[in-house]
Each structure stands twice: as structure tokens, then as C-alpha cells.
Design a binder for this molecule. Structure first.
Ligand code: CU
Length: 346
């Protein structure tokens, strides 16, 4: 083989190898299913993958054979001779055969995807799913745990979905602004959120863990920083998380926290955020009642550290340009107080 051909082969081998190694695991991966529904999708994915690999190899092999034959003809002096009828007939059969095989393969793939779709749908008939309503916002996710029997128990949070392992989860998807797409690869396929057309998906996590999701439909400037996190935990852990989440915000204890709360409630913050148990009850931004217990802020784009909170509150536009939270001009002392209050909201 010529050096160029060898290089090409090496490169495609490397690409395929790294693809296989890098993509087969992790917290945001469609080929690392954490539930039965996702397993159907994963199986389907691998079937398509291997069929495509086989087709690719066969086509490439045919191409190489054709090229090498062509070379033999070129080497002779014969110009384009009219085809030998037996050979023409042979070629005709080959083409018809290839078309038939292609059709059969496509039909099999269609049938298998149809069956996977049906299998995924069966979960919607399951008894007693956990009911959650997720609203896509520019550019974060509002998550509301709906208690159908006792609406006063509803809990609102942002970008973090806690679910008990082994229990079906029903998620109602709503958007009021633009089209977003809810994609949680380890647990389900994509589902678009179309304004005024609420949709519903069902999934179940069978393996505890933290799984990342992502908006999968371009929805504006900060689309890429619109992530969310699913925490699948044992039913007991989930219950204790839920009970904590229902509680009102911690009251400020130190002087600095008290001053911080006062700043929060009397400045613009309260026009956009809720802190339960206080007068702040707006819903333009995420609910901050327990923000200090979250590992991430700003839709998974920042770790929830002191320094990051400070830069976020000072100038969110520098971190997510276009976000609906204005920059602020607090003095250092005011900022210290405000952050000490936010950090007390466990
Ligand atoms: Cu989006």
C-alpha cells in the first residue's frame, strides 16, 4: 500500500478507536444506560452501529476490488470495449441483489426501532409514578415536584432533579419562550419542549448515580450552558432530600447574614427570585431557598463555590452573556454580606 493510503487507514483506525473508548461510559452518555428505557435505546444504537460498520466494510471492500480490476484494464492498451454480455448480466444481478439486501436491512431496522418505541412507551402505564414538571427557560430548567394530592407540598427547584431509584418518573415538559429539548442520555431519548404544547416523558433510573442532561435544541445565546443534573438515589435518601427541600429557608443567624438578607429583599434580587419564608417570591430566576446545598449554579456551568458565587452575583453577564440577570454594583461589604446570606441557604 502507498504511504498515503496507510496514513489514511491509520487515522481512521485511531478515530474509530478513540470514539469507542471515549464514548462508552460516563454520566452523560447514551451508551451507558442507567434504566430499562434507556437500555432499549442503547441496544438500538448498537444495532444500527454494527449494521453500518458492516455496510461500510462491504462497500469499501467492493470499491477496492473494483479499483484493482480497473487498474488491470488500464494497464492494457485496449480502449473502451463494448461489454461482454455475460459480464453485463452478472453485474445486473449484483446490483439487483444489493438493492434487495438494502431494502431488507432497512425494513429490519425500521421494525426494530418501532418495537423499541413501543417498549419504551409501556412505562407510561406503570402505577404511581413520581410527578415532576420541568419548564425550559432561557437558559435554565425550572423543576417542580408535583404532589397531586396536596398541591401545597409542591417543591420548586432549579436544574436539579432528584429521583428515587426503581420508581417510574413522569416528567411534564413545558416551555413559555422558545423550543428547548430535554435530553438525558443515560435515561431517555430527546424530547422537544414546544411553547404551548406540553408533552410528557416517562423514565426510570435503575442504578443510583448522578446523570447529566443537556438542552439539545438551539434555544438562544446560552444554549450550550443549559445543563441539568439528575440525582438518582435510594428511596430513603430521596425522601429525606424531599423533606429538606420542602422546608422554608434557614433564617439568618449572624449579623452579616441578617444584613445580607436585608440587601436581598430590598434590592432587585427579590424581583426575580424566591426564597420561601421571606417576601421574595418571584419566579424569573431559579428558586434560591436551598441554593447553598446545590453542587452547581447557573445550570451546571459553575461549581457552587464562594468565589464563583461572588463572580456570578457581581457580573453574571461575564459568565453567561445575555442571561436575564443584571450585573450589580454592590460595595465589597454589601457583597460579603449578601454572599454570607446566600451561603447560609442550605
Ligand atoms: Cu434550551
Amino acid at each position: 500500500m502507498k504511504p498515503r493510503g496507510q496514513r489514511l487507514l491509520l487515522l481512521s483506525g485511531l478515530a474509530l478507536g478513540s470514539f469507542l473508548f471515549l464514548s462508552c461510559g460516563g454520566r452523560q452518555s447514551a451508551v451507558d444506560a442507567a434504566g430499562v428505557q434507556a437500555q432499549h435505546l442503547e441496544d438500538l444504537w448498537w444495532l444500527f452501529f454494527w449494521v453500518c460498520v458492516a455496510v461500510w466494510i462491504i462497500v469499501m471492500a467492493m470499491l477496492l476490488i473494483a479499483l484493482s480490476r480497473n487498474k488491470r484494464v488500464d494497464a492494457g492498451t485496449a480502449p473502451d470495449v463494448p461489454g461482454d454480455p455475460a459480464r453485463e448480466r452478472h453485474a445486473g444481478y449484483a446490483v439487483k441483489g444489493a438493492v434487495a439486501v438494502t431494502l431488507v436491512v432497512l425494513f429490519i431496522l425500521m421494525f426494530v426501532s418501532f418495537r423499541a418505541g413501543r417498549a419504551i412507551d409501556t412505562l407510561s402505564q406503570a402505577e404511581g409514578p413520581l410527578h415532576i414538571k420541568v419548564t425550559g427557560q432561557q437558559w435554565w430548567w425550572q423543576v417542580e415536584y408535583v404532589d397531586d394530592a396536596q398541591p401545597s407540598n409542591n417543591v420548586v427547584a432549579g436544574n436539579e432533579i432528584h429521583v428515587p431509584v426503581g420508581r417510574p418518573v413522569r416528567i411534564d415538559l413545558v416551555s413559555h419562550d422558545v423550543i428547548h429539548s430535554f435530553w438525558l442520555p443515560n435515561l431517555h431519548g430527546k424530547k422537544d419542549l414546544i411553547p404551548n404544547y406540553p408533552t410528557t416523558i416517562y423514565f426510570q433510573a435503575d442504578r443510583p448515580g448522578i446523570y447529566w442532561g443537556q438542552c439539545a435544541e438551539f434555544c438562544g445565546y446560552e444554549h450550550a450552558k443549559m445543563r441539568f443534573m439528575v440525582v438518582a438515589q435510594s428511596p430513603e435518601e430521596y425522601q429525606s432530600w424531599y423533606e429538606t427541600a420542602q422546608r422554608q429557608a434557614a433564617s439568618p443567624t449572624t449579623d452579616s447574614q441578617k444584613r445580607g438578607q436585608q440587601i436581598f429583599l430590598t434590592s432587585v434580587c427579590a424581583q426575580c427570585h424566591t426564597i420561601s419564608g421571606t417576601t421574595a417570591s418571584a419566579t424569573v430566576g431559579p428558586n434560591l431557598t436551598h441554593v447553598a446545598s446545590k453542587p452547581y449554579i447557573a445550570s451546571g456551568s459553575l461549581e457552587n463555590t464562594h468565589a464563583n458565587l461572588r463572580s456570578w452575583i457581581t457580573d453574571p453577564q461575564a459568565i453567561k452573556p445575555g442571561v436575564k440577570m443584571p450585573m450589580n454594583t454592590f460595595s465589597e461589604a454589601e457583597l460579603d454580606a449578601l454572599i454570607s446570606y446566600i451561603e447560609s441557604l442550605k
